[in-house]
Design a binder for this molecule. Structure first.
Ligand code: TIU
Length: 221
């Protein structure tokens, strides 16, 4: 066991049971013309964390620990897209609409791809997920159990939507969860801060939070 310096107290990492989950680092959330911008957001906030996410991914690879990527996306026929999700609000483009990077959040479209700087390498699992949480309607839990993974480090976007939802799903399934602070971002800085605060409150009620440097130092020890 190796302690990772974290809040609200040290994270007791068991490296053989630890994986990194990188949530939805897709062009659709980070580049102009994608889903994030269609919802009215300033997407430049998201690109700023790419170097820290990359450092974390490379650290896990170097330590021989699994890296799992997720992508929020839907089938081209939209059969896994509930009308309640597609019709919500008044975006410029809805999921499935043709945008400048192809159809918004549809599997296989250019805009739906993971940012090239953070692209998965051979052997890394990619989970395509139709919901905000990565456990809903996916085989993520089976994949983790088969590999006897019990602890998850989280990076990706957005902190209070897909990252927090997945951390809560994981926590309820018995995984110990650690959020890498500089490797996650929200379109709303106050929501990122609030999500971090609520995750680690009450004695890590949902999980721990830690700095990327402290995570990397511990996994290389
Ligand atoms: N809109 C927003 O903040 N997030 C999403 O729609 N999906 C993810 O967080 N991946």
């Amino acid at each position: 066991m190796v302690d990772i310096k974290a809040e609200p107290f040290a994270f007791p990492a068991r490296p053989k049971q630890l994986a990194l989950i990188v949530i939805d680092m897709q062009r659709d959330f980070a580049e102009p013309g994608g889903f994030g911008e269609s919802l009215g957001n300033d997407v430049s906030r998201i690109t700023k964390i790419v170097p820290d996410v990359k450092r974390l991914i490379q650290g896990f690879r170097k330590a021989g620990l699994p890296v799992i990527h997720t992508m929020e996306c839907h089938r081209p026929d939209l059969s896994d897209l509930p009308p309640a999700k597609r019709d919500r609000g008044n975006p410029l483009l809805r999921i499935g609409d043709e945008g400048p990077m192809g159809r918004i959040l549809i599997a296989g479209e250019p805009g739906t791809a993971i940012l090239p700087q953070l692209a998965p390498i051979d052997g890394e699992v990619v989970i395509e997920k139709p919901g905000k949480g990565a456990f809903y309607a996916t085989d993520l839990d089976d994949i983790l159990k088969r590999r006897t993974i019990t602890q998850l480090v989280f990076a990706g976007v957005t902190t209070e939507v897909c990252v927090q939802t997945t951390m809560r799903e994981a926590n309820d399934r018995g995984y110990e969860c650690l959020l890498a602070e500089e490797a996650t971002e929200s379109y709303f800085p106050e929501f990122k801060a609030a999500a971090i605060a609520m995750i680690r409150a009450q004695g890590a009620i949902v999980g721990w939070t830690a700095h990327v440097d402290d995570i990397l130092e511990a996994i290389h020890a």
